[in-house]
Design a protein around this ligand. Structure first.
Ligand SMILES: *Cc1c(COP(=O)(O)O)cnc(C)c1O
Ligand SMILES: [Zn+2]
Length: 356
């Protein structure tokens, strides 16, 4: 029986789709998930469902658009080879499908009929798509200035779009208010979402011959990929499948870098909540809910933060698109961070990064 445990105060709750945070306000995690055993990998199953036995949902109930098993390909940047996982190849256009598939499978199996979510883009499109696949009614709250590509996609899936004036936080508050009558399918709060993104680690390790890379360069706004990758690699280390954790290098835009600032200051909580404007809108998160978990994860792997300028992001965006990889500015920010990190990498170091 899986329980929800508060990351802040340790209170334990029964798993209930309506319980989206602790009474103290803290985010919740799952207390027990099936252990990872490589022999359990179902080689005939499609996509991330080959790891079904390590997921806290039943694949027989799955809400799926064919997600997972993205290629890991070597790409030369500035004369150095980086392994880049092609997470732009998901049905909705980002790795958020990993989290949405597992979360919506869980909610659908629990009989949920109506979900709400807030997002500056890709999490909203993923939840809307999987809700459509499951026949679940869906309302998505976005900041009023969200790009028309994202809002078009959300509405195309049949979700009801709510444009909320003001900040990203205003959209989140509107969604939480609506969650009084519907289930809050939050990619930030709901721990089942991270159970989906953890399959990024399983796939990467399997593609490297059941090895961990030396280094993982990942984006961080709310940390949905970073925390999933940390959980997944941690499970693989515990199971004895890989020998060590990869060092996690977390990339933020210099214009909005509350976590990098807290890391540099040696702090465990975020102090400064100022957010400047960045074209990397997907990681422009001034007050990440799981900030303290993210800082702990990066420190536990002997990792660090890298911040990138708007010029570096624009330069990497242009270079990737001109070489045939159509990615968005947020994804280019990760590549800019990976290139900056790689300038000082060791010969032979295996560095994995991602087109998100
Ligand atoms: C969600 C997302 C990220 C990472 O965001 P987090 O807030 O850390 O979860 C990075 N790139 C893209 C394109 C995204 O959609
Ligand atoms: Zn609590």
């Amino acid at each position: 029986m899986i329980h929800l445990v508060c990351e802040r105060c340790g209170t334990v709750y029964e798993a209930d789709p309506r319980r989206w945070r602790c009474d103290c306000g803290g985010p919740l995690s799952l207390d027990a998930v099936p252990p990872f055993v490589p022999a359990m990998v179902d080689r005939r199953a499609e996509g991330l469902w080959r790891y079904e036995k390590a997921l806290p949902v039943d694949a027989a109930d799955r809400v799926s658009l064919g997600e997972g098993r993205t290629p890991l390909i070597p790409i030369l940047f500035d004369g150095r080879t980086l392994l880049v996982k092609q997470e732009q190849l998901f049905s909705t256009g980002s790795y958020k499908d990993r989290g949405a598939a597992v979360l919506m499978t869980y909610l659908h199996a629990r009989g949920v009929r109506h979900v709400v979510e807030d997002s500056s883009g890709n999490a909203g499109t993923a939840i809307a798509a999987y809700a459509a696949q499951a026949g679940i009614v869906c309302d998505i709250y976005v900041p009023a200035d969200t790009s028309s590509a994202k809002t078009f996609q959300i509405e195309a899936y049949g979700a009801t779009l709510h444009r909320i004036p003001g900040s990203r936080e205003a959209a989140a508050a509107a969604a939480r208010e609506a969650a009084g009558t519907a289930v809050y399918a939050s990619h930030v709060y709901n721990p089942w979402f991270l159970q989906g993104t953890k399959t990024f680690a399983y796939e990467t390790a399997e593609q490297l011959g059941w090895r961990a890379p030396d280094t993982l360069v990942l984006p961080v706004g709310n940390g949905t990929l970073l925390l999933g990758a940390f959980i997944g690699f941690h499970e693989l280390v515990q199971a004895g499948v890989v020998a060590h954790m990869p060092r996690i290098i977390a990339v933020q835009a210099a214009a909005c870098d509350p976590l990098a600032a807290a890391f540099e200051a040696g702090a465990q909580e975020l102090q400064c909540l100022s957010a400047g404007h960045t074209i990397a809108e997907g990681i422009a998160i001034a007050a990440p809910v799981r900030g303290s978990e993210i800082l702990t994860a990066v420190r536990a792997t002997q990792g660090r933060f890298v911040t990138v300028s708007e010029q570096e992001i624009a330069g990497s965006l242009r270079e990737c698109c001109r070489r045939g990889w159509l990615i968005e500015p947020t994804s280019a920010a990760v590549i800019a961070g990976a290139r900056r990190y790689a300038a000082g990498m060791n010969p032979g170091e295996v560095v994995v990064t991602v087109f998100t």
